[in-house]
Design a protein around this ligand. Structure first.
Ligand code: GDP
Ligand code: MG
Length: 692
């Protein structure tokens, strides 16, 4: 007889302790994977001591709106897969924020049990929560647990299983009369063919004009128009947008519930967050503080601490020990000199040149992960929304950019949360301007080798990335293809919290490990190929080993190099390196290392121009493939590539040409071209467009 499995889904805000509780519930019995199509982690496991019960750790969310990949995934799972019971994990030290989500989970028509977590901390603060009253007001069981101290777990499990088996406690959050009336109308008019328990959730989402829901239900236009009429009528009476009214009623309810059930003697945690916020998100200070912090992040990781460690790895570990050691061993085995050179000067030194940057990458990722985990980055997204919106851009565009500091691919995928198609395209095109982990080596190389570690070079890469995104956005928005209103961006801010070291290290390790793996595979192969192509060529009618300057690669590179002469680096080596960068951005550095044994034939100015070009031009193949998938259009993919390359070329041209001009060179054709290009870009950004 086949046994039916019961599914318990853990849902709750980020940092409410879901994963900790999940680990307690499942022990070591877990399988970790990814949600289809995105890099958000999916964790499932068997409930300890209950064979037929599966527990699922959903991504942390603040609401069931489609504002982040996590929210899209969680609500998709809850509404479509419908677990047997939702165990809503609530951070007891922060009930107000957490119960907002609870009111939304109530709409789903799935048995719900609320687990107030972090009870140890609540008690330590001397606070108390009247769970009986809370359960009555919410209409579902409330249990108190501490995932950290493993208290209350048994009761939580029993209550959840009971709710699932008996299919009870499907509470609903009741809105005001007018709203309920409109919802009932929508249900009756458009949704009565759907299962009863899901109608309410659909109705609320339709009422909120939730775009993915409209798409999913695909109602005939006349029905949609009819619903729209209802909504507009309700809005006129409520004097609020439908979504706004739903949100504020939920908050009013939560406020009432918390007032009735929670006694706070401390109130410390909230006010600490508020105090920090009054400075960090202050109207005038927020952006300067953000700039200063990001400056420090790049300065510390690339220029100071990281550079020191990287220098040791490059010069001592690889330069003095491993590479010469490998050469001696291979020579000891009587390898042919060409083979030794291929393995050591090609493959190994290519890989080593990239691996040398691992310390800088570790420091960068630790600092970024810290800013993210402690809750600062969500504030920045929120602050930048205001700035972006002033230019008609959506702050949501900043979320993919945050994600993109690790790797551009998840950054591009994260653009899915932007409903507006043209905003989404724009974000996909510009996300990779933010330097990803793979671009760090080239930034660090130029900053270190050509500028002697000058303080401003590495941070400037980040800020130029942001400027490119902002200015591109402004300019593109003024064209017909991208025009339109930016959607508002509602976001819940989590409280500040010190992240645990283990969580930080885990997230850093994931990113660094994929960097190392890439060095051992793609970069190794690319370095070998580059070495071969730069040592083989035609001589005396035969294909054979030739001096590097006569190699296939040198000849091919020289053909293209003309194009890049106006940018200051029209030699074949950098051109080949930039091309190799399309395979993976790390291979810019490994190629320069294989071809020139160092950092390439640059002056500081031409090196900076090279850096800017590689920062902004088309990303690596993996990212291009992601762009293609997300755009679902060859035409738009082509546009993205052309735009990125053109912008990169234009910026590098202007920087180099103005640079040599200011340094005292004569006014040449190049200067004139740069002036024209700069003028055109400026015009595209500042021009006024008429009403559309
Ligand atoms: P998630 O984001 O919801 O998966 O939350 P995590 O499980 O990663 O926990 C977030 C933080 O809260 C971690 O630092 C945990 O150690 C901490 N935490 C989780 N449960 C408890 C608890 O019951 N008591 C206390 N004091 N801390 C907890
Ligand atoms: Mg978690």
């Amino acid at each position: 007889m086949e046994e039916k499995t019961l599914r318990i889904a853990l849902a709750g805000n980020p940092n409410s302790g879901k994963t900790t509780l999940f680990n307690v519930l499942t022990g070591s019995n877990q399988f970790v994977g990814n949600w289809p199509g995105v890099t958000v982690e999916k964790k499932e496991g068997h409930l300890k001591g209950h064979k037929g019960v599966v527990v699922l750790d959903l991504p942390g969310i603040y609401s069931l709106s489609p504002y982040s990949p996590e929210e899209v995934i969680a609500r998709g799972y809850l509404a479509d897969e419908r677990p047997d019971v939702i165990l809503n994990v609530v951070d007891g030290t922060n009930i107000e924020r957490n119960l907002y989500l609870t009111t939304q989970l109530q709409d789903l028509g799935i048995p719900l049990v609320v687990a107030i977590n972090l009870m140890d901390a609540v008690e330590r603060h001397g606070d108390s929560i009247d769970t009986e009253k809370l359960a009555k007001l919410l209409g579902c069981p409330v249990v108190c647990v501490s995932a950290l101290k493993s208290t209350g777990i048994d009761e939580a499990v029993t209550t959840a299983l009971l709710a699932a088996e008996q299919k009870k406690y499907m509470p609903r959050h009741i809105f005001s009369g007018l709203l309920e009336h409109t919802l009932a109308h929508i249900e009756e008019y458009a949704l009565h063919d759907y299962p009863e328990e899901i109608q309410r959730y659909y109705a609320i989402k339709l009422f909120e004009r939730d775009a993915p829901m409209r798409e999913k239900l695909a109602l005939p236009p006349e029905r949609l128009a009819h619903i729209e009429e209802d909504i507009t009528k309700a809005e006129a009476e409520l004097d609020d947008s439908s979504e706004g009214a739903v949100i504020s009623e939920r908050y009013a309810f939560v406020e009432r519930v918390v007032g009735a059930c929670c006694k706070r003697t401390s109130g410390k945690r909230v006010s600490a967050t508020d105090r920090i916020d009054s400075i960090l998100t202050n109207r005038f200070l927020a952006l300067p503080i953000f700039a200063a912090l990001m400056f420090l992040v790049y300065y510390i990781s690339v220029t100071t601490l990281g550079a020191f460690l990287t220098g040791w790895m490059r010069d001592t570990l690889f330069g003095a020990w491993l590479l010469p050691g490998a050469r001696r061993i291979l020579e000891g085995w009587h390898f042919a000199s060409a083979a030794v050179s291929m393995l050591v000067d090609g493959a190994l030194s290519g890989v080593a040149s990239v691996l040398g940057f691992v310390p800088q990458l570790c420091v960068l990722f630790i600092l970024l992960a810290f800013l993210e985990a402690c809750g600062y980055m969500s504030r920045i997204a929120f602050m930048l929304d205001k700035l972006f919106r002033r230019f008609g851009l959506s702050g949501k565009s900043f979320i993919p950019i945050l994600v993109g500091t690790g790797c551009g691919v998840p950054g591009i995928l994260a653009s899915r949360t932007i409903e507006n198609e043209s905003d989404r395209r724009m974000t996909i095109i510009t996300t990779t301007f933010i330097p990803c982990g793979a671009k760090l080596p080239i930034i660090a190389l130029i900053a270190g080798a050509l500028f002697g570690g000058a303080w401003w070079v590495a941070p400037s890469a980040y800020f130029i990335g942001i400027a490119a995104i902002l200015l591109s956005g402004i300019a593109l928005k003024k064209t017909k293809a991208f025009s339109g209103q930016a959607a508002p961006f509602v976001m819940e801010l989590p409280p500040y919290r010190l992240p645990t070291i283990i969580n930080l290290l885990r997230s850093v390790w994931e990113r660094v490990w994929s960097f190392i793996k890439k060095a051992g595979t793609v970069i190794l192969l690319a370095s070998l190929i580059i070495w071969l192509l730069s040592n083989l060529g035609f001589a005396g009618g035969r294909f054979t080993f030739v001096p590097v300057s006569k190699s296939l690669l040198a000849r091919f590179g020289a053909l293209l190099a003309v194009l890049f002469r106006p940018l200051g680096w029209g030699a074949w080596e950098p051109v080949v390196a930039a091309l190799a960068g399309i395979v993976a951005k790390e291979s810019i550095v490994s190629t320069l290392s294989v071809l020139t044994g160092g950092s390439g034939p640059f002056t500081p100015l031409s090196g900076f121009s090279f850096l800017l070009f590689n920062l902004l031009c088309v990303p690596c193949v993996a990212a291009i493939a992601a762009i293609r998938r997300e755009m679902r259009s060859a035409k738009w993919t082509a546009f993205a590539i052309v735009y990125q390359c053109a912008l990169a070329y234009a910026v590098a041209l202007c920087v180099y040409q103005f640079g040599i001009w200011i340094a005292g060179d004569a006014f040449t054709l190049g200067t004139a071209a740069a002036l024209l290009v700069a003028g055109f870009m400026l015009f595209m950004v500042v021009r006024k467009v008429g009403a559309r």
